[in-house]
Ligand binder design. Structure first.
Ligand code: SF4
Length: 89
């Protein structure tokens, strides 16, 4: 499976070919309905989502490597689980 950056490079190359080999023409592309339009510059048009994805992967790794953090995260919606024993919430 190709990575995101590999796909973006392929789309960029496709756009260059589409524009007759002139990368400078890509900026002037007016085909808003083309499926590659948002990606024609070979960059992620929504980099925030990529950062969120990376943060999610980091959190997953942290949970995997730290059972206590995993347990705390799993119980974060359950307020009673962190309460002292014998005290009802
Ligand atoms: S976005 Fe524009 S340059 Fe890229 S493939 Fe589509 S029509 Fe061609």
């Amino acid at each position: 499976m190709a990575t995101k950056s590999e796909l973006l490079k392929r789309i960029r190359l496709n756009c260059i070919e589409c524009m007759g080999g002139q990368s400078s023409y890509i900026e002037g592309c007016t085909s808003l309905k083309c499926q590659f339009f948002k990606f024609r510059f070979g960059k992620d048009p929504d980099p925030v989502s990529e950062k969120m994805k990376e943060a999610g992967l980091r959190l997953a790794r942290m949970r995997k490597n730290n059972p206590i953090a995993m347990k705390l995260t799993q119980n974060s919606n359950d307020n009673t689980s962190l309460s002292p024993q014998g005290v009802s919430a």
